[in-house]
Design a protein around this ligand. Structure first.
Ligand SMILES: Cc1cc2nc3c(=O)[nH]c(=O)nc-3n(C[C@H](O)[C@H](O)[C@H](O)COP(=O)(O)OP(=O)(O)OC[C@H]3O[C@@H](n4cnc5c(N)ncnc54)[C@H](O)[C@@H]3O)c2cc1C
Length: 409
């Protein structure tokens, strides 16, 4: 097969879909296709570690566009089609199936893959990762009451898996090398709150735990030996959530600028005039911060990808949203907005029912971001503050009797 597309997208995830839709809105007559190496139509991943792990019947919640809707939008999706090479001079993409596609504009939306641990093959049946819809469908049936589940990695995915496993009545142990949960993204107070939530729900959280060995258990399952303790963790299954690796190989092979992500400007443009990149695989500018950043979030897959898609289609669109992320664990909604790490000053605003937010202030007394626990309203208000001048009176902010209307004057 040797075909020509005006706009060709590699990667059939959320970013691939969003880039395609944005491109379609700009160019009604363009021939647009998505090549995706999974056997599914593009879908969103956040429900996988939440609703889908609760009940596989929720799996359809991942699909934002049905096959009929892709047809209506005249976006050709080719599942199971893995791109293997990009020739940026000839503007041609080759695939593993031996197909060759010519493109006018190319959008790389290849996302990430999970980081794996080298483990003995005999453990395969009891070792799980969670990235794809197929991963969720494989894991969910094993989360049954009484099952012993060990989660390696206390990041967002690991903690959402732990919460889902508790929901099903599993015994759950979370093992993390760091001395606190979510250490990379959360300040100490927020880490402590998440730890308390999980311990109160019966999750055995082992922090500062260095794994010495993972091997087959004496009878069944898996035995995880930890350094500094003679008591190994025994589990029927282990779920590994230790981060992701961006799928940059194609971009690298094509000779694009790559450094822990495909380097793009605020419009999703790479250093080749005909190639753009979208979603989690990119390192892009972030409003209010210097340098380029790779951010693993729904927001980037949705909105940065829409900007890149529109730009590729000929209508340059900037992506400059303030970073936002959410997670749902143990019935608590956690949201983060803005710039969090390393803030010198934190101010807490809480209500009697336990809902609260932690606000980050910089050295100039300007609020830069917040983490909210069941307090989405604080996030909405903060958006408006950040859009104005970032000025908030920290003493009034800490007093829940002072309303947001009063705070914003
Ligand atoms: C379980 C889970 C839960 C999450 N929950 C949240 C949440 O609550 N909140 C939040 O903000 N974010 C969440 N995220 C993050 C968010 O979903 C991701 O950042 C988003 O999926 C990234 O989308 P993407 O399209 O850029 O990349 P991906 O989703 O990785 O999609 C890229 C696609 O391209 C395919 N591909 C790669 N190489 C090729 C090739 N050579 N040829 C063809 N196809 C290729 C890949 O197989 C994949 O299908 C979650 C992620 C996961 C995994």
């Amino acid at each position: 097969m040797n075909q020509q597309f005006d706009i060709l997208i590699i990667g059939g995830g959320q970013a691939g879909r969003c880039a395609a839709q944005a491109a379609r809105a700009v160019r009604p007559d363009a021939r647009i296709a998505i090549l995706g190496d999974e056997m599914h139509l593009p879908y969103d991943r956040p429900p996988l570690s939440k609703d889908v792990l609760h009940d596989l019947a929720n799996s359809a919640a991942c699909e934002k566009l049905s096959a009929a809707q892709f047809t209506d939008e005249r976006i050709e999706v080719r599942p199971g089609e893995r791109a293997t090479a990009v020739d940026k001079t000839a503007r041609v993409v080759d695939t593993a199936a031996g197909h060759r596609y010519r493109y006018g504009q190319l959008i790389l939306a290849t996302g990430s893959r999970v980081r794996r641990l080298p483990l003995p093959r005999e453990l395969d049946d009891d070792v799980f990762y969670l990235r794809t819809r197929d991963d969720a469908h494989r894991l969910q049936p094993r989360l049954r009451a009484g099952a012993n589940v060990a989660v390696i990695g206390g990041g967002f995915i690991g903690l959402e898996v732990a919460a889902a496993a508790r929901h099903h009545g599993c015994t759950v142990t979370v093992i993390d090398l760091a001395d606190r949960l979510l250490a990379r993204v959360f300040p100490d107070a927020a880490s402590r709150r998440v730890l308390a939530m999980h311990r109160a729900a019966g999750v055995d959280v082992r922090l500062g735990a260095r794994i010495a060995r993972i091997e087959q258990g004496p009878q069944v399952g898996v035995r995880i030996a930890l350094q500094d303790t003679a008591h190994p963790v025994h589990a029927d299954l282990i779920v590994i959530g230790i981060g992701v690796i961006p799928n940059t190989e194609l971009a690298q092979q094509a000779g694009l600028a790559v450094d822990d992500g495909i380097l793009v400007d605020a419009y999703g443009r790479t250093d080749d005039p005909y190639i753009f990149a979208a979603g989690e695989v990119t390192r892009h500018p972030v409003e209010g911060r210097s340098g380029l950043h790779r951010i693993e979030s729904w927001q980037v897959a949705e909105l940065q990808a829409r900007a890149a898609g529109a730009t590729a289609a000929g209508e340059p669109r900037r992506y400059d949203d303030v970073p936002w992320f959410w997670s749902d664990q143990l019935g608590v909604n956690i949201q983060m907005l803005g710039h969090i790490p390393d803030a010198p000053v934190w101010v807490m605003r809480g209500t009697a029912d336990g809902a609260h937010s932690l606000f980050a202030f910089d050295a100039d007394g300007r609020v830069t971001g917040a983490i909210a626990f069941d307090a989405g309203r604080d996030i909405s208000a903060l958006r408006r503050v950040l859009a104005k001048n970032g000025r908030l009176d920290p003493i009034a902010l800490a007093d829940p009797k002072v309303s947001w209307r009063e705070l914003m004057g």
